[in-house]
Write a protein that binds this ligand. Structure first.
Ligand SMILES: Nc1ncnc2c1ncn2[C@@H]1O[C@H](COP(=O)(O)OP(=O)(O)OP(=O)(O)O)[C@@H](O)[C@H]1O
Length: 229
């Protein structure tokens, strides 16, 4: 175990109805490199992300996050955020989705409104501010969810298939927002079937193969990947 890690996984395994899904003996992550989680359909990517977020409990083993000084078991509300490809939208306007998130973060009404305006501009949805959030397109929903997440100042974002069903332009828009979050110190772990602008940012890859997680790190170029485990 290492002082620079923000995530440590020990003896983790999960399965459903006595059917084992995967086992991860030891895994650490400093949070510095973005991670691309890969695996075939049904290999257990969503299940792993949900366990890391504390939304589900593993069959066995331990997950620990160190987001400040102390090690914590998930969930770490507001600090480790899991975003599904079709994130939940509050049944209000786009602007109010942001305003509500800012209020829940503890901001006074006028500060919350100011932050909501900033975030609306950041995620490029100013024109849709008055629109019902639930009528947004898939890519717009994801951008709004990222802006809402940012208001909570998370340390870690777990993105489950963020680029599924998005066209190239929508992926580029999401990619720019994720890059901003990463630059600001938010650690990003994303699952994706296909490579894209977004997965190209990931220097680390975790691949679920036959129930085992293999880790590789991009050393210099795509061709020089090194399997660590
Ligand atoms: N609550 C549950 N009860 C029983 N089986 C489940 C449950 N949740 C998931 N599974 C099964 O576990 C397996 C892994 O599911 P999971 O959604 O984690 O895979 P995935 O790698 O994210 O798949 P995909 O790439 O298709 O999204 C699947 O076979 C799924 O049917």
């Amino acid at each position: 175990m290492n002082d620079t890690n923000m995530l440590e996984i020990t003896g983790l395994s999960h399965g459903f109805a006595a059917r084992p899904l995967w086992t991860i003996d030891q895994l650490q992550w400093s949070g510095q490199d973005m991670v691309h989680l890969r695996g075939d359909n049904g290999s257990g990517k969503t299940t792993l992300l949900r366990i890391l977020a504390g939304l589900d409990m593993p069959s066995q083993g331990r997950v620990r996050w160190r987001l400040e000084q102390a090690w914590l078991a998930p969930p770490c509300p507001g600090r480790v955020i899991y975003l599904h490809q079709s994130p939940y939208m509050f049944d209000t306007s786009v602007f109010d989705n942001l305003g509500l998130a800012a209020r829940w973060h503890g901001l006074a009404r006028s500060d919350a409104q100011q932050q909501a305006r900033r975030m609306l501009a950041w995620c490029g949805l100013e024109k849709q501010g008055r629109q019902r959030a639930r009528s947004l397109s898939g890519g717009e929903r994801l951008r709004l969810a990222l802006a809402r997440a940012w208001l909570l100042k998370p340390r870690v974002l777990l993105l489950d298939e963020p680029t599924a069903n998005l066209d190239a332009l929508a992926i580029a828009e999401v990619d720019a927002l994720v890059a901003d979050l990463s630059r600001l110190g938010c650690a990003v772990l994303l699952s994706a079937h296909h490579t894209s602008l977004l997965t190209d940012r990931c220097r680390r890859r975790w691949q679920l193969v036959d129930g085992i997680l293999q880790e590789s790190v991009l050393v210099a170029s795509r061709e020089s990947e090194r399997v660590l485990r």
